[in-house]
Design a protein. Structure first.
Lengths: 280, 280
């Protein structure tokens, strides 16, 4: 079948940096840990595990060696624990995520209650929350009851969110009673370009595939946006997950991939899809 | 017919202050001017004119005497001209309007492009615009092209706007590319209470009357909101303007009035309306 690949997809700078940092350290050190999955991609994490990277959930599981802080960052409290244990720390936090942490701290120090628009279960957000004293996480309008009225709110957003959702939330906050809002745009421009590129492709195709980790926030956002414009959108981790029945009778497929999806996953998927005779 | 009057309506503090200031000055001085209508109410302006208040459109029309700065304020440039002419200036600008002017100046000095959500033809907004160097007025979403992208915007709102419109505009601005937004809530809480009170009444009645000047921003906003919930809403200046055919067959009428509508206009309207036999 015919396949259109989104102009912008796959690894972003932050993920590339985290992976190359891990690969380099693994050639230099014996005991290398990652505090949580270094990126939200099972295949890549498995490949790095074969090269020796040990992924752990808690600081308590590490006794000695080198610890890589993953692309999503870590809370200051966790980093302090690592330092206390005398472990060597390699920081692979994405620079844009680092910026959100810094801004959250500054807003708090300037007297704002920090409002983080995002998913409270995502490690990026958990690390940002750890950087501020007075903070609330709001995913959607149903969470706005968490915000105090008539106060000064300092607002940031999960880097992988869409401008549409960011704006929608600002609109909802602006309709409530507030005294002041200071909003810093913390969206990742690369993620936005990928969103635009994905939406453009999904409008032209019979079926759309979004490749990437199921826990990957930016990949989930791509899938969410594509579903809005093309209900034949499927979020898969790799070629093995494709149910061939879904492409049956279809002519053109679109493919995009999250910022943490390695090139080999995309290439294999596209090659196999092109070779399929779907009878479309 | 049965008449329900909104719990909150009529003169606000700012208007009361402007009127009492004018009345006091008129007993003390001979030549008293108002730069533009002192409040947006024809009946009240006529009453003050009979007491000696001269309303002029331009500074150029005043040669000597005392000038009252109306409730909506005046731009610093106009005030400078009055001072240069050696005129005595009495400032009756509403304190909340004065606050918007001050905030616009401060935002500009702090490096923000000032964005005023409001009607560029309204004197309050024209005075605020006169207080900032780098400023844009946006009434609705169709004006947003005026705003530069990827910049720091300092946002204020016309005091008489509704929280709903303020939020809607913030949402639309938030969906665009920006680097930072600093939003100061400049809405008049008294105006908001009147809006809520008017909406509450208009939902219970067969016909709704909003009394006040046709150029009065807060009265127009009340009429706009009431029309949303009750399409039998009429914006009238006083009893003389009522077309009695519209109440024919109706049982219950609601009445509200803008912040610049004098009590005697409301009382006369309600009294006459209650005395009507509408056959409802």
């Amino acid at each position: 079948m015919k396949v259109i690949v989104a102009e912008r997809c796959g690894f972003c700078h932050g993920v590339k940096n985290a992976i190359s940092t891990a690969e380099k350290i693994l050639t230099e050190e014996k005991q290398v840990y990652s505090l949580g999955a270094i990126i939200h991609n099972k295949d890549m994490v498995e490949r790095l595990a074969r090269a020796g990277l040990k992924t752990v959930d808690n600081v308590e599981e590490i006794q000695s060696g080198t610890v890589i802080i993953r692309s999503h960052g870590a809370a200051p409290e966790q980093i302090a624990k690592l330092k206390k244990k005398g472990l060597k720390i390699i920081d692979a936090t994405c620079v844009l995520v680092k910026r959100v942490q810094q801004i959250a701290k500054e807003l708090n120090n300037a007297g704002y209650k920090v409002v983080v628009i995002g998913n409270e279960n995502h490690p990026e957000i958990q690390a940002v929350v750890g950087c501020a004293r007075d903070v609330a996480v709001v995913a959607d309008e149903s969470d706005l009851h968490k915000l105090p009225k008539n106060s000064k709110l300092g607002i940031v957003c999960q880097t992988t969110e869409s401008p549409e959702h960011f704006g929608k939330m600002l609109g909802a906050i602006g309709k409530r009673e507030f005294s002041e809002l200071k909003v810093i745009n913390t969206l990742c421009k690369e993620a936005i370009k990928r969103q635009e590129s994905a939406v453009e492709v999904c409008k032209q195709v019979d079926i759309m595939f979004v490749l990437g980790g199921l826990k990957s926030a930016n990949t989930c956002k791509l899938a969410e946006l594509c579903k809005k414009y093309n209900n034949q959108t499927f979020h898969l981790q790799n070629w093995n997950e494709l149910d061939k029945n879904v492409v049956c009778g279809k002519n053109i497929a679109g493919v995009t991939a999250g910022a943490s999806t390695p090139e080999w996953i995309i290439a294999e998927f596209v090659k196999n899809l092109e070779a399929l005779d779907t009878g479309g």
